[in-house]
Ligand binder design. Structure first.
Ligand SMILES: [Cu+2]
Length: 113
């Protein structure tokens, strides 16, 4: 009798814990799918700290870069060949940009002021 009650309680407890876990998991999958489909056009915000058009090096103080799994920091990126830099872009300008890991080189593939 006692064992049966214990088992019933255990089953109910399992159900109680499993349901929220499943709901969270489903929500997480939906979030992943959403962020994946949004990724190609998603731009990050940053501020130009330095720019050298000869070497195509751009130092950006950036917020979190979700596609690179990078926290906010200031760092140097290489501007990808063929990517247009907004005319007169200078230190202190706020930008929206897209950075990608191209063969281990952190590369800016889109820049907008
Ligand atoms: Cu960084």
């Amino acid at each position: 009798m006692n064992l049966r009650i214990l088992l019933t309680t255990a089953v109910l407890l399992c159900a109680a814990f499993a349901l929220p876990a499943q709901a969270q998991h489903a929500g997480h999958d939906m979030h992943d799918m959403k962020s994946m489909s949004a990724t190609p056009a998603e731009l990050s915000s940053g501020e130009v700290r330095a720019i050298d058009l000869k070497t195509r090096k751009l130092t950006i103080k950036h917020g979190e870069l979700k596609n690179l799994g990078m926290p906010a920091m200031t760092m140097v990126f290489v501007i990808k060949d063929g990517v247009a830099v907004p005319a007169g872009l200078k230190q202190g300008d706020a930008i929206r940009f897209r950075a990608e890991d191209v063969g281990g080189v952190l590369t800016v593939t889109q820049i907008q002021r």
